[in-house]
Design a protein around this ligand. Sequence first.
Ligand SMILES: [Zn+2]
Length: 285
Amino acid sequence: MGNRYRWPDGKQCAVVLSFDADAESGYVFRHPEEAARRLDEMEERRFGVRTGLPRILRLLEKYGLPATFFVPGYTIEHHTAAVETIVQAGFELGCHGNVHEAVHMLDDAAERHVLEEQLDIYKRTFGLRPTGYRSPSWSLNVRSPGLLTEYGFTYDSSLMGDDIPYFVDTPHGRLTEVPVQWLLDDAPFYRHVYGATNAIAEPDRVIGMWTQEFQGMYRESACFVVTMHPFISGRASRIDGLERLIRTMRAEPGVWFATAHQVATWAAESNQNTAVHVPLPGERP
Ligand SMILES: [Zn+2]
């Protein structure tokens, strides 16, 4: 067994089930005019908070599993009762933009404003102050880590630079990274985009890929972070697929099911990986 990374209580690997509860926010950000008149696109995404989310919560409850939900301010303001069920069930919530703003498209002032606004929405709606952040569409620019540490975030979960937790050095301190990857995202496989050439993958194929990646990452004592969206993964057969994956992972000894916050806290305390340097504004990579 590999000891490439040390996990609490001698565990072999970590598993983070993460859900990005975007609701309609991604569409509203990218196509604000169409969002105001297209009912079809909006309803496709509302399925997530209306039907997908309760299914996901029931599945997590059935197995007593922790999870992290990254929720944009838009979802909190437009679907407050649905997000309240996540809070009441005791799951971790992390910031995920206001209206799913891709931060690489924002200037410094706008990025700062969006960050302040989402923290304010969390505070005034739930009295919560998330410690974690996942950028919408996993887009980050070089100043984002510094901004996150300046505003007191302890971790980010948007980058793909490793498959164990690592750190990003910033002028305001070290930001812990709980890394993601495209292979473990439901959207590239399940999401139907009209006119695009990729076919919708059946759950057996997706769960097969995720299971193989889990087996490899288990051997590598890595951090298996899977990213799902309630409006995509909340469909009935996909929930069944997720349940098969959960049963497979639970059958292995030494799997630490944790929130992203728990992984980030362990990473910071155990201090095992290196920190990457982020170029300062104007500095050449
Ligand atoms: Zn998202």
